[in-house]
Write a protein that binds this ligand. Structure first.
Ligand code: BGC
Length: 429
């Protein structure tokens, strides 16, 4: 904070006292001003449930005396937001914080543009509050440069309860049951599966099918270790075939549809089921729907024992302002605070990333998610979501997106051809 003190004449007598007093007031005011920082935050939470969650963050930061400057870029999965971020960083004008995750945090760290918030993390004991699978992702060269806000489960199936009743079925636990139910729904004139034809949604659906068909060890070998023979092997081919079989149960108008509009189809009963991470719950909640009554949230077929995690986090960028730096630290501290973790995650559909929280206000979907997270952690079946930026570099992830998107859309490509392409895509630099 720069002051004009050097330019002031030397005070004398009573005037001097007043001047000293005035200077004191000015200093207090100046400090007060420094306490209120404008913190620009890039995020892509623009659907009904997401916007409500972002509002919680904005409000709680404002309550801390800082000012939230909204930098929202629409587009599920965050592809558009990442493009906007690059433009701003290249122009030398990054936002104070941006919603980025996984290996992208390391890539931004390599660019030298992130700032450490390790003092906040140390003071508040983050290493003890955050599961180790997640805290490692938030650090660059041993220093926290990002703060996580939640844990989303990706291997989920959302079902309209009435639609299921109409065909007298139970939530499908296996792929055979799933396709039998889909067939019955089709015959009853209900679109069995709602999907938005966007690459990240295709990729997410495929990721979930692959986990359900091949299990966590297969998933890990293929998508985390990028093992070539697993990528082109028979289990991958089976997963691709199962994924493609779903297409017959989706509608023709899917191209370009946003994920939340697909969720809307399940909410209204136009469609019966959707594969989607549990941010979908935010949409059901905004529509006033009750889990277990109006809709069901179950692990996707075959994946009951496994858990694909997707953690939203905010990384902090180097800025040339002491005020903003202070605001960044306020934000970092807020993100892990118990109050924020509770209110935000109640709206977002996810569960708190902060361990040891009381979950009594959360619904059965979230409570089951927390229990399954812990048991998957113990069993070694907790896997990161590659479709949601948690595993591979953005280059490999983008190449996987292309392969899966093309396979979904091109009815002449065989599953083996797509598997071979995945193996090639894994080598993208
Ligand atoms: C993010 C979620 C978001 C979803 C849809 C995911 O990648 O982790 O927070 O709600 O995309 O935009």
């Amino acid at each position: 904070m720069r002051t004009q003190r050097g330019n002031l004449p030397k005070p004398a007598g009573r005037t001097a006292k007043l001047t000293v007093y005035a200077l004191g007031v000015a200093a207090v005011l100046a400090c007060g001003a420094a306490r209120s920082a404008e913190v620009e935050v890039l995020h892509y939470w623009t659907s009904g449930g997401e916007a409500k969650s972002a509002q919680v963050l904005k409000q709680m930061l404002d309550e801390k005396g800082d000012t939230w400057k909204d930098f929202a870029v629409a587009g599920g999965g965050g592809g558009n937001a990442m493009t906007a971020l690059k433009t701003r960083v290249i122009a030398g004008n990054p936002p104070a914080a941006a919603q980025i995750k996984g290996p992208a945090i390391q890539e931004w760290g390599d660019e030298g543009v992130l700032v450490s918030i390790n003092d906040v993390a140390k003071r508040e004991g983050w290493d003890k509050l955050i599961p180790p699978q997640i805290s490692g992702i938030m650090k660059y060269k041993g220093q926290y440069v990002a703060a996580p806000v939640n844990v989303h489960r990706v291997n989920r199936l959302w079902i309209n309860a009435d639609a299921l009743k109409k065909v007298n079925a139970q939530p499908p636990a296996t792929w055979d049951e799933f396709f039998r139910t889909a067939e019955a729904l089709q015959k009853a004139g209900i679109t069995p599966v709602a999907i938005g034809g966007q690459q990240w949604q295709d990729a997410e659906t495929f990721e979930t099918v692959a986990l359900g068909v091949g299990g966590a060890a297969f998933y890990e070998k293929a998508f985390v270790q990028l093992d070539q023979s697993t990528l082109r092997g028979p289990t991958m081919v089976k997963a691709l075939e199962t994924f493609k079989k779903i297409k017959a149960y989706t509608d023709k108008a899917q191209t370009g549809r946003d994920w939340n509009l697909a969720t809307g189809m399940v909410i209204s009963g136009k469609a019966a089921m959707q594969f989607m991470g549990d941010w979908a719950k935010g949409e059901f909640s905004v529509a006033g729907k009750v889990p277990g009554k109006d809709y069901l949230c179950v692990p996707a077929p075959g994946s009951q024992n496994a858990y694909t995690f997707n953690v939203d986090s905010f990384a902090f960028f180097k800025v040339r302002s002491a005020d903003v730096e202070k605001g960044q630290k306020d934000l970092a501290s807020l993100l892990l605070s118990p109050k924020f973790q509770e209110i935000f995650n109640l709206n977002k559909g996810s569960i708190p990333v902060r361990q040891g929280m009381d979950l009594s206000k959360f619904d059965t979907c979230a409570q089951r998610s927390a229990a399954d997270f812990t048991s998957a952690q113990a069993k070694g079946t907790l896997v990161p979501s590659w479709a949601h930026d948690m595993v591979d570099t953005p280059a490999v992830e983008g190449a996987f997106y292309d392969v899966i998107g093309n396979f979904w859309n091109d009815d002449n490509e065989s599953a083996q051809q797509a598997a071979d392409k995945l193996a090639v895509a894994a080598k993208t630099r």
